[in-house]
Design a protein around this ligand. Sequence first.
Ligand code: SAM
Length: 296
Amino acid sequence: METKDIATPSRTKALLAQYGFDFKKSLGQNFLIDVNIINNIIDASQIDDETGVIEIGPGMGSLTEQLAKNAKKVVAFEIDQRLIPVLNDTLAPYDNVTVINEDILKADVAQYVEQHLSNCKRIMVVANLPYYITTPILLNLMQQSLPIDGYVVMMQKEVGERLNAQVGTKAYGSLSIVAQYYTETSTVLTVPKSVFLPPPNVDSIVVKLMQRSKPIVNVDDEEQFFRLTKAAFSQRRKTINNNYQSLFVNGKKLKAKIGEWLKSSDIEPTRRGETLAIEEFATLYNNLEKFPELQF
Ligand code: SAM
């Protein structure tokens, strides 16, 4: 008898009953029970038998199973120890999956990549993320200089829209800038609540982020650059001159100097952060060296 896909209501419910598993909301446990959505994720990630995959939060293995069928190797990080025996059972037919019972935010991902994925031609991160830590997970992976080619990840719709937002839109902010600094972003599909067990409170979206061969702009200190961009959005309704007065040491007294710096970068001090493209932020950052009074 052929076993049903894990991503079906009947198999997932049978597994829950067999293992007496109860969902932990605090761990963002909403399991996918629709194999069509998973097929869309797999298609978008273009994985093949030369691709290594990093999965975050395999749950009961619904996505992992389809990844294992298409990829060379899958390394899946699951924090919840109660799911390890379930995964040992559901993924037993696949010899190309390694499950690691660790918190993705604490794991030494570089070492696991070296150990398990070094003979893969490309590496993709593919996951139905735990929504409560979507942003830290993505930023942490992007900022580690790992040999990752791209990400196809499900998340809360609002966060996905921010990652993918264009300059001048309401969703555009410091998160859009960090994501687009490292990656080219696009939306794969929006996902109804009904394809999860239990259904989450929020709508979902699958976003694709492909690593750029080099960051979109040239800055000497990424951390400081992101601090500068973030400060422009600290109070969204305020002008950048106002927001920057709060960033710089003695900023209130340096209002005129800040205006000079902005103008020398071709930026009107009355503009708002959301109107500035990443390239304009980079010009501002790089022009700071001409204004040694402006320290932060
Ligand atoms: N991939 C499964 C699916 O689609 O059915 C489950 C996805 S569920 C949205 C998120 C999963 O991430 C859960 O299995 C949860 O236990 C796990 N998780 C939560 N926090 C984690 C962390 N810090 N590190 C690794 N896994 C985590």
